[in-house]
Design a protein around this ligand. Structure first.
Ligand code: ITT
Length: 197
């Protein structure tokens, strides 16, 4: 089975990606690889930050690996918080503060269309490949639900009455940006002829 190091410190992402790919790939977490660093994300696009994360871990381990960078892009805020989603309110990456800032900025604006966009950067035998997943939806006036993470309590995907935080993982996966990007990753790896290592 193909083994990939997943370059993230976000345990929620590990759970969702692991669920999405099932037993088609073996994922090694950073903790399992003995790596305990906060990988810098200095760039202003999801693509560049995803690359930075995967190449950082590739240089440290020499192993096939992948990362993902995700942003919540709100139309009325010209794409904010976007690449700053994790640190929107402060460097502390505190989900409740980020949600409060977002709701405050949107105020009573009626046009609340938004989307989650995930970019996965895969480094396979030293070459980079990327995969995108998008989930369209809208930002609710108030948070609802207590499952998931991040902005899940205020985001409802298109054609759903529920926020992501009111869904269990199986329901979220039917809409999820991350699941769509990881499906593309798995398909690519199934088609790629790679040596097992
Ligand atoms: P790594 O860089 O270590 O992977 P991170 O949490 O810093 O973890 P990102 O830079 O990709 O991850 O930041 C994305 C932020 O967007 C994340 O911290 C959440 O607040 C939010 N986010 C990402 N995916 C989400 C999802 O499926 N549902 C709700 N919020 C999400």
């Amino acid at each position: 089975m193909i083994e990939l190091v997943f370059a993230t410190n976000n345990q929620h992402k590990v759970e969702e990606i692991q669920d999405a790919i099932g037993n088609q790939l073996k994922i090694i977490t950073l903790a399992q690889a003995g790596i305990h660093i906060d990988i810098p994300e200095p760039y202003d696009t999801l693509e560049a930050n995803a690359s930075q994360k995967s190449f950082t871990i590739f240089r440290l381990t020499g192993k096939n690996c992948f990362s993902e960078d995700t942003g919540l892009e709100v139309e009325a805020l010209h794409g904010e918080p976007g690449v700053k989603s994790a640190r929107y309110a402060s460097d502390g990456k505190i989900f409740s503060e980020n949600i409060n800032k977002l709701l405050q900025k949107l105020g009573s604006i009626e046009h609340r269309n938004a989307r989650f966009r995930t970019i996965i950067s895969l480094i396979l035998n030293g070459r980079e490949y990327s995969f995108e997943g998008i989930c369209e939806g809208k930002i609710e006036q108030f948070p609802r639900g207590n499952q998931g993470f991040g902005y899940d309590p205020v985001f409802s995907p298109l054609n759903s009455d529920k926020t992501f935080a009111e869904m269990n993982l199986r329901e979220k996966q039917q809409y999820s940006h991350r699941k769509k990007a990881s499906d593309k990753l798995v398909l690519f790896l199934q088609q790629a002829i790679i040596p097992d290592n």
